[in-house]
Design a protein around this ligand. Structure first.
Ligand code: GCO
Length: 476
């Protein structure tokens, strides 16, 4: 990378997720997920253009040509995909579907046929609706046993076929956006932030249970988790109050996911806050501590924080009690931050270098992947194709990311992989198809309607050049 060798075994790949690319929402044995139901029930147009993942990129049918395209256009050495629980185990528990299992076996076989290994994620937000209906999904301790059984069954069938297993993607995000005072994602349960914390508590236990099954099974690969968040910085670095607010926000937004994996419990500031509805037992702490061989950082943004003036128990930022101002990774523009600041804020560097440094120094993390990052471009849909494919803004974002990775490696931090989001344009949840993160374009409109033709973008060629051909990070 930029003239220096990458560490031995460094992984360069690209990522997608089942609900966002597969489509075929009710093909073969697949049962409805909470996202299928949540979006089918949307009467208002608060999901862009009423779009959903019913068809998406039609990857369920197009994977035989898409997977070689990922390899050829991006030269990635690994393909990071997620397994739909509802496709491989439609009832949420019990028997695996032969057709569902065959599909994921074929994806792995197609990856291996073009020289790619696989990172396989068990859960990326698409819970079987049947478990939501039966006991409220992630708000019930029952989910821990069902997730354990699901993981055990999938490992039994595919355990040795993936070099890396990820138990789940971003528990904090799916718990924060699916629950709380104004949930905008599935299952859309209006509640207080306490339910967000309950969801996260059970998600961490479910993660640890799956890891226990993986290790009991003696499978060859490594297992970990992908956590999201960003780096919180003091709005005014000279203010002790702002510095304390930034540290507290890191504890609540990243430490709450990560600390239990390394120490067995939540960060002290979280435990002391009184915000937690549930505490870990001694046996649970033992199961949680050391439950990752690697940790994936899905980091996109950083924010500046200052103590909030209006902290009330039912506000959904109550425990952090901070006002946060973010730089929008999609436009690179400061959103909401006081314009008085003269900061020339380099979001990719603060986010990526800062995230790696935080994990390594706070939790002594020893195997850190950048498992998602990228730039979502608003309204790419409406631009002329040649302008979409010459995605210089996205290249600028990745230039910052790669520079930050280079510095993290130079500073001796244990960075072991880079998995940009995403291999291909896909359904961006409540932004529909109107925000594009792909290194490969898909020819459909904001409602997901179109020819489905694929066109590699310049950013994909850029990453291929830098990561596999020794091109400089900064060609100018
Ligand atoms: C996430 C999810 C992805 C998103 C991507 C862009 O982090 O939200 O893992 O599914 O599509 O991050 O927002």
């Amino acid at each position: 990378l930029d003239g220096k060798a990458l560490p031995e075994g460094f992984i360069y790949g690209c990522a997608t997720s089942a609900y966002q690319i597969e489509g075929a929402w009710n093909a073969d044995d697949k049962s409805p997920s909470i996202w299928d139901v949540f979006l089918h029930n949307k009467t208002t147009n608060d999901v862009t253009y009423g779009s959903n993942g019913d068809v998406a990129d039609d990857f369920y049918h197009r994977y035989p040509t898409d997977i070689p395209l990922f390899r050829n256009a991006l030269a990635v050495q690994t393909y990071d995909f997620t397994i739909a629980w509802t496709r491989i185990m439609p009832a949420g528990r019990g028997a695996l579907s032969d057709k569902g299992l065959a599909f994921y076996r074929n994806v792995i076989r197609a990856s291996n046929a073009v020289g790619m290994s696989n990172i396989c994620t068990l859960y990326h937000w698409d819970l079987p609706q049947s478990l939501q209906d039966e006991y409220g999904g992630w708000l019930s301790r029952n989910i821990v046993d069902d997730f354990r059984a699901y993981a055990k069954a999938v490992f039994k069938a595919l355990g040795d076929d993936c070099s890396h297993w990820v138990t789940m993607n971003e528990p904090r995000t799916f718990c924060t956006e699916g629950f709380g005072p104004d949930p905008d994602s599935a299952p859309g349960v209006v509640s207080t932030f306490k339910e967000q914390y309950t969801c996260m508590h059970y998600a961490l236990l479910a993660h640890a249970a799956a890891v226990e099954e993986f290790r009991l099974g003696g499978y060859k690969g490594k297992i970990g988790i992908k956590v999201d968040g960003g780096v919180s910085l003091p709005l005014d670095p000279s203010s002790a109050a702002d510095r304390e607010a930034a540290a507290r926000t890191m504890d609540f937004e990243v430490g709450r996911d990560v600390a239990p994996l390394y120490t067995g419990d939540y960060p002290p500031s979280v435990l002391a806050s009184g915000a937690l509805p549930l505490k870990f037992t001694a046996a649970e702490k033992k199961m949680l501590k050391g439950s990752v061989d690697f940790i994936g950082l899905d980091f996109y943004t950083s924010q500046w924080v200052t103590p909030t003036k209006n902290c009330t128990p039912d506000s959904d930022t109550y425990p952090e009690c901070t006002d946060q101002f973010q730089q929008d990774p999609r436009t690179g523009l400061d959103i909401g931050r006081p314009t008085a600041s003269s900061w020339n804020f380099d979001a990719p560097h603060a986010t990526i270098y800062g995230g790696i440094k935080y994990l390594a120094e706070t939790y002594n993390a020893t195997n850190i992947l950048i498992s998602e990052t990228g730039m979502g471009v608003l309204n790419e849909t409406n631009l002329p194709l040649e302008q979409v494919l010459e995605d210089v803004d996205r290249i600028a974002w990745y230039r910052g990311v790669l520079s930050a990775m280079r510095q993290a490696l130079d500073d001796g931090f244990p960075l072991t992989g880079f998995i940009p989001w995403s291999c291909i344009d896909n359904f961006e949840w409540t932004d529909g198809y109107n925000v594009r993160f792909g290194l490969i374009q898909v020819a459909y409109d904001a409602a997901g309607k179109g020819s489905q033709a694929r066109h590699p973008k310049l950013s994909g060629a850029y990453l291929k050049g830098v990561l596999t051909k020794g091109n400089p990070i900064n060609p100018y």
